[in-house]
Design a protein around this ligand. Structure first.
Ligand code: XMP
Length: 327
């Protein structure tokens, strides 16, 4: 049962828990009618869209939904753990967790070209997902977190995890319960389904993850430093209320060192670059003016708590001329 891909003009914008509940009820009915007693496969990245699809489908068909979470080793601190906590422990999901960190990092070793890095990550993601799908039998449906802007912008094909397409030879019928919703509606539905705020109001995160923020050829020690520094930035933004206000904020760590001193000894380390931007559509962006006391606290913490980092820099460049990401 394939609904059509045009949002009817009469469809009310979902802005309240009541409207969300009505939408959920309707979708639960439709999904059950579409899939019957068959199994449905979903790539669950932990982003807003795939998380809301997962919660909705769990409500509709329970363990008939098989969610696969591939940890490519480029997630932010705690993200894969949260997916497991919320879905396996909280919602009793049929969740396959694949820690593919070594596969990705081994393939990426020595590769400094940003577009090649993206390609490696995208291709490997499909391979891992495909391998997991191949181990299962009797799966006839593929769920996707397609939302209405994806349909408007890319003719209905959601670039999977935004890092590439799904295997073309997967002959499965699509289940796309969110495909007529705008992002703000997806969040209202996610809240109504009981997902935690950190998941529902998550800032955008690129599919290649920390891979495009660990600049140049990725090494495990620098990736670790980046992840820890990024976690401190997020913690401090949470504490001072900036987290709910700034559209996207993160740390990037370049692959060069400068000299410093720690414990009266020469201490060479990488700089951590802070970027915090506001935008409506990511086409242009302005800089958030982070108060200096917050910057001082973040600098103090990162330089003292993160092994390998000895300076903190602030990126003041709007887009254009700088893109949001560094790679
Ligand atoms: P730029 O860097 O082009 O980023 O100003 C605009 C928005 O897109 C995100 N971004 C990506 N998202 N895969 C993604 O899924 C990517 O390769 C990618 N590169 C950038 C970026 O985080 C920002 O929100």
């Amino acid at each position: 049962m394939q609904q059509n891909n045009v949002r009817p003009e009469t469809m009310a914008r979902i802005t309240t828990p009541e409207l969300a509940a009505a939408f959920i009820e309707e979708q639960v009915r439709e999904v059950r009618a579409q899939v019957g007693d068959k199994q449905v496969l979903l790539a669950l990245s932990g982003g807003v869209d795939s998380s809301v699809v997962a919660a909705l489908l769990i409500k509709a068909i329970g363990k008939q939904l098989v969610s696969v979470h591939v940890n490519h080793g480029l997630m932010r601190k705690g993200e894969s753990e949260q997916v497991i906590e919320v879905f396996r422990n909280g919602l009793d999901a049929n969740l396959i967790y694949v820690d593919a960190t070594d596969r990705f990092l081994d393939l990426l070793a020595g590769e400094a070209d940003p577009e090649k890095k993206r390609k490696i990550i995208g291709n490997e993601f499909i391979k891992v997902f495909d391998e997991e799908a191949g181990k299962l039998s009797g799966i006839s449906f593929l769920a996707q977190g397609t939302i209405y802007p994806d349909i408007l912008e890319s003719h209905g094909v959601k670039a999977h995890h935004n890092v590439g397409g799904l295997p073309e030879d997967m002959e499965m019928e699509l289940v796309e319960p969110l495909k007529l919703l705008y992002k703000d509606e997806v969040r209202v539905v996610g809240k109504a389904l009981g997902l935690p705020d950190e998941m529902v109001f998550r800032q955008p995160f690129p599919g290649p993850g920390l891979g495009v923020r660990c600049l140049g050829a990725i090494t495990r020690d620098r990736l670790h430093a980046l992840r820890e520094a990024d976690a401190i930035l997020r913690e401090e933004f949470d504490k001072c209320g900036l987290a709910g206000k700034v559209w996207q904020y993160f740390v990037a760590v370049p692959d060069f060192k400068s000299v410093g001193v720690r414990d009266n000894k020469r201490y060479e380390g990488w700089p951590a670059i802070i970027r915090a931007v506001n935008t409506v559509d990511a086409m242009t962006a302005t800089i958030e003016e982070i108060p200096y006391d917050v910057l001082h606290r973040i600098t103090e913490r990162i330089t003292h708590e993160v092994e390998g980092i000895n300076r903190v820099l602030l990126d003041l460049t709007p887009k254009p001329i700088g893109t949001i990401e560094w790679e």
